[in-house]
Design a protein around this ligand. Sequence first.
Ligand SMILES: *Cc1c(COP(=O)(O)O)cnc(C)c1O
Length: 397
Amino acid sequence: MGRRPETRAVHGGEERRGAYGALTMPIVMSSTYTFGGTDEILAFVEQKAASGAPGRYEYARYGNPTQSAAERKLAELDGGDRALLFSSGMAAISTCLWSLLGAGDHLVVVGGVYRRTRDLVSRHLARFGVEATFAPADELPAAIRPSTRAVFLEVPTNPHLRVPDIERIVEWTARRRLITVADATLATPVNVRPLDLGVEVVVHSATKYIGGHNDLLAGAVIGSAQRLAGLEEARGVFGCVSSPLDAYLVLRGAKTLPLRVRQQNEAAFRLAEFLESHPAVARVHYPGLPSHPDHPVASRLMSGFGGVVSFELAGGLDAAAACVDRLSIPYVGPTFGGVESIVQQQALFVSPDPAERAESGISDGLIRYSVGLEAVDDLIDDLGEALKGLPVRRRFK
Ligand SMILES: *Cc1c(COP(=O)(O)O)cnc(C)c1O
């Protein structure tokens, strides 16, 4: 039944008639699930041996009812058979790559990825004999080797909001039977559904838009039941499950995801247009703007351009510092996707070393602005005040 995203967000995964007649999914805090006696234990063991799925709860590291409900909702939102919830986005990504790859396997990481994903691949997986190549999207065919097993990408990337052409990438990877993994944290299933484009595994940091209220840490992996079976087994061994309370917050946040993301798409678009017209702004990175290099790809693949806008101030580090200090509505900090607007001075968070910043393409005047749910006119007024008197970009004739 092809229900629309808003309906799936509210009702997906929920029990129509749950325990006690409760409308909302209870937060089931039990760490263990008991058996009535030997017959029940035997039935459990036989069922697990026959189908691989236990068919009931046993011990909370292997799952609990609140977590299962959140997983069903996330699977519906992304259009996958199955979702697995984790204690954080990094727990989801680590478990995913650790269970898909082994010694001697090669991974291609496309474009810019989250800094900790880069660390996971280059510092940790490398110690276990997994080799990796970091390559721009258009150099993917050249990066693929006989030992390549998977391709990892982000859509869009952070903070430059580049949008890899997933359809083209999947054409290359499908031909070679490679597994494509997409981190769609910034896009959310509202703006892009990578599984519909042929990607095999989607990961999210649910800490950002899916939770949406800056009050939880969680991650998710979505894909086919067959592909996720190995990941589920690994999660039970690694122990990086989501707690029932966090799972409940994911469920609750996800109900308003489409509503929030659509509002944030619209507001960010207006903020991006305002910034592009402002003389103190040297450059705006927003895939909804025709000036963005991936605007055509984004228009084809995404149904909205997202709630994050990055921009570079003509006055560099000092201007970015002045702007951030003067802004009165957004918080200053290292996250995005919540109801509260939040800004981050990229240069200061990435590295105090200018050479290292240049290597990651972070210019000194770069600010990432995650648009919350405040009135967009207030956000624009606030930005206008913060940008007053800052050095302006040169206009060449
Ligand atoms: C935040 C983030 C992660 C990591 O998620 P956590 O929930 O913080 O562990 C991974 N990928 C992207 C794109 C992110 O923004």
